[in-house]
Ligand binder design. Structure first.
Ligand SMILES: Cc1cc2nc3c(=O)[nH]c(=O)nc-3n(C[C@H](O)[C@H](O)[C@H](O)COP(=O)(O)OP(=O)(O)OC[C@H]3O[C@@H](n4cnc5c(N)ncnc54)[C@H](O)[C@@H]3O)c2cc1C
Length: 445
């Protein structure tokens, strides 16, 4: 069959592929979106960083019934609790608001991905600029001399000759493998298990007035007291909580359900009884092998590794959703001015890798060896990195003055490490940790 000459092709109809498709449609660019529509299963990526939250509110106000405000980040690390209250100091808030129009306090979100993803798929399908094809890419033809993808071969035998390719296949690394792009694996192999716990109420506004219901709750499990090593999360989303754990892959004989039970018990041991408010469990999803990575190159003559396809970062960075939206913001620019979009994008993605490294250092340590200084370095680095990325994102605005201010502010935040002292670290008895983090830590702000 002779190849069809096509417009740009987006490979993968997950979150990244969908937001890129939306961005191309907004710029009136005809394109093909390849891949299966989102399923109804629980998925990862429900707690968002500053960039993800801000862009989501800006682009999709009609879907705000799937968004939940995140006011705190809580970390339970051995003897220590970490609290980040997401209301910034008034001075920084005023500067950001006046100079850049950014309201820093009300832009951090949790997202009901099942509801949002299926609504988004219907939205992008309705665009006349998008041709969705529920089909897989079987293989590629690559011209290494010109660094160009010539053909894409589909599962129905058809060939496409794409003008540009957005690879949104995530850990499948379709282009990474086919083009032999050097890749670096940046963590030990993990096994991930996650699920949702449902409240008695189905009301998406369900709120019992407990502060943890507005926090991303992170927990480092320690085998000596929790019977499991790993990093767990509890992310409340109205009428349900997303609960999961990432465990070292090595010699772990636990069944998926047993691992989830140990996570619930570990949270309860620290004062958070999730099942009291959310008693009903649902289907457990497992990723048997998960390993974080990043590629040496993010783009070529007619292709880009979009969002987590370029590189994945430890989940508490909450950066996957934001990375997808950054790739989407640049999607039309990759067609118009690739020489500008490419380096800018790669630079941004490397900053996410820096955030990843902060967590990987922590997670390769054992609970007993964690020190207060180490945690303070993590929190300071994480907040600075987030602020810097929010400001980098502002550099993409149309207003020239705002762009220049955002550039200067990015440099200032980076050099001054402006995220210092945003979060608090306290040493607290295990069973009092959850109560303490809300009743004490933030009052000292
Ligand atoms: C444990 C864990 C926790 C996480 N938590 C967070 C978080 O709290 N916040 C956050 O922002 N991010 C988080 N992430 C990252 C988040 O999961 C991702 O950013 C996001 O879901 C990735 O979406 P995606 O569209 O890039 O990839 P996917 O959802 O994996 O979509 C890839 C798509 O490509 C398709 N595909 C693959 N191969 C082909 C082919 N040959 N042809 C056509 N289609 C193909 C697949 O079918 C799939 O639909 C987490 C990740 C992990 C591992």
């Amino acid at each position: 069959m002779s190849p069809l000459s096509t417009p740009p092709v987006v490979i993968g109809a997950g979150l990244t592929g969908m937001v890129i498709s939306d961005s191309l449609s907004r710029s009136k660019i005809h394109h093909v979106l390849l891949g299966h529509p989102p399923s109804a299963a629980p998925r990862l990526g429900e707690s968002l960083d500053g960039v993800g939250s801000r862009e989501l509110i800006r682009l999709f106000p009609e879907f705000q019934h799937f968004f939940f405000q995140k006011k705190h980040i809580v970390g339970l690390f051995g003897e220590y609790v970490m609290g980040i209250y997401l209301e910034p100091p008034p001075k920084i808030h005023r500067i950001a608001n006046l100079a850049l129009g950014i309201k820093l306090d009300d832009h951090l979100l949790h997202v009901d991905r099942m509801g949002f993803d299926s609504a988004l798929y219907e939205h992008i399908r309705a665009s006349t600029y998008c041709t969705p094809m529920d089909m897989q890419v079987e293989s590629l033809e690559y011209d290494a001399i010109h660094d160009k993808i010539e053909y894409i071969r589909l599962s129905n035998g058809e060939n496409l000759a794409p003008r540009f390719v957005y690879d949104c296949t995530n850990h499948i690394r379709l282009l990474g493998k086919a083009l032999d792009i050097p890749v670096q694996f940046t963590s030990d192999v993990q096994r991930v298990v996650f699920t949702h716990y449902q409240a008695n109420s189905n009301d998406s506004k369900f709120d019992n007035g407990e502060q943890w219901q507005h926090a991303t709750n992170l927990l480092m499990l320690c085998a000596d007291r929790d019977f499991l090593d790993g990093a767990a999360w509890a992310i409340p989303l109205g009428s349900y909580v997303s609960l999961g754990v990432s465990m070292p892959f090595r010699d772990n004989p636990l069944e998926d359900g047993e691992a989830i039970e140990l996570v619930l018990q570990a949270f309860a041991r620290r004062g958070l009884d999730i099942r009291k408010l959310y008693p009903h469990n649902s289907k457990i999803v497992a990723i048997p092998r998960q390993q974080y990575f990043n590629h040496k190159r993010a783009y070529g003559a007619n292709w880009v590794l979009a969002g987590t396809t370029f590189g994945q970062a430890w989940f508490p960075t909450s950066s996957g959703f934001g990375a997808a939206l950054i790739a989407a913001a640049l999607a039309p620019e990759f067609l118009k001015r690739p020489e500008i979009a490419g380096p800018w994008y790669e630079n941004y993605m490397r900053r996410i890798t820096d955030a990843h490294t902060l967590f990987d250092t922590l997670f390769t340590n054992s609970c007993e060896n964690i020190t207060r200084d180490e945690l303070q370095t993590l929190v300071d680095g994480l907040v600075t990195n987030n602020l810097e990325r929010v400001l980098r994102n502002e550099q993409l605005r149309n207003n020239r003055l705002r762009r220049a201010l955002a550039k200067a502010a990015t440099e200032f935040v980076y050099r001054s490490k402006a995220g210092r002292n945003w979060g608090r670290i306290m040493q607290v008895d295990l069973h009092e940790q959850m109560a303490y983090v809300f009743n004490q830590v933030w009052r000292t702000w």
